[in-house]
Design a protein around this ligand. Structure first.
Ligand SMILES: *[C@@H]1O[C@H](CO)[C@@H](O)[C@H](O)[C@H]1NC(C)=O
Length: 204
């Protein structure tokens, strides 16, 4: 092996190891210190773009005082339940949070406080039909993920809810409505001029 390629290979290996240890926080290594609740009942079906989810959270007081001294930011996310991840690589869970695709929708990013947190989220229009739960990640002052909380249990079986996407029919109806309003404006203008012209010709 020539000097250059060997150096190159060694650098790649060194940097990728460094990359994994430095940036790949593992889900299994962060503490579940937040207690999180969401408004939908188990199995409830909600319409994207219309209905709302209220999320409340607080620090689990069973942890020793000072556990949250380095907590800075909370990021609340909407996450796919296992039933909606089957055969879908693009939604796959990964213990390395850099690669994890479980929680793809941001609900809110908000400064940390230990209690009295609640947020009402109108489900965004681009959320696809699936089964979901809510998870919140806690970031420290260095920007690292250090803790979390979630509305479901460790097996992601309880407190799951469903969201129904805005269907093609909704979109078609929106387009039709837009066309009709454009048409009505055009015809209004048309009638106005036709009438004006008629008035003019009757005057003459
Ligand atoms: C709070 O944390 C303790 C210690 O980890 C745990 O045993 C307990 O189940 C948690 N409480 C709730 C309501 O999850």
């Amino acid at each position: 092996m020539a000097t250059f390629p060997r150096f190159f290979v060694v650098s790649v290996v060194v940097f990728s190891c460094f990359g994994v240890t430095a940036y790949g926080a593992l889900f299994s290594s962060i503490q579940k210190t937040l207690l999180l609740n969401s408004s939908p009942s188990q199995g409830q079906v909600l319409q994207a773009g219309e209905e709302q989810v209220t999320i409340t959270w607080s620090l689990n007081k069973s942890y020793p005082t000072g556990t949250d001294s380095n907590y800075k930011i909370v990021k609340v996310k909407l996450c796919y339940a296992p039933v909606s991840q089957v055969d879908r690589g693009w939604r796959k869970s990964n213990d390395n949070l850099e690669k994890d695709k479980t929680c793809q929708f941001n609900v809110v990013t908000i400064p940390y406080k230990p209690s009295n947190n609640n947020f009402t989220w109108t489900i965004e229009k681009d959320v696809p039909t699936a089964t979901y739960f809510i998870r919140a990640y806690v970031y420290d002052y260095a920007g690292e993920v250090v803790a979390y909380g979630q509305t479901t249990d460790a097996h992601k079986k309880t407190n799951l809810f469903k969201i129904t996407a805005i269907t093609g029919r909704h979109v078609t109806m929106d387009i039709c409505a837009a066309c009709f309003s454009a048409f009505s404006v055009v015809s209004l203008v048309g009638f106005y001029y036709a009438e004006k012209k008629m008035a003019k010709s009757t005057q003459q």
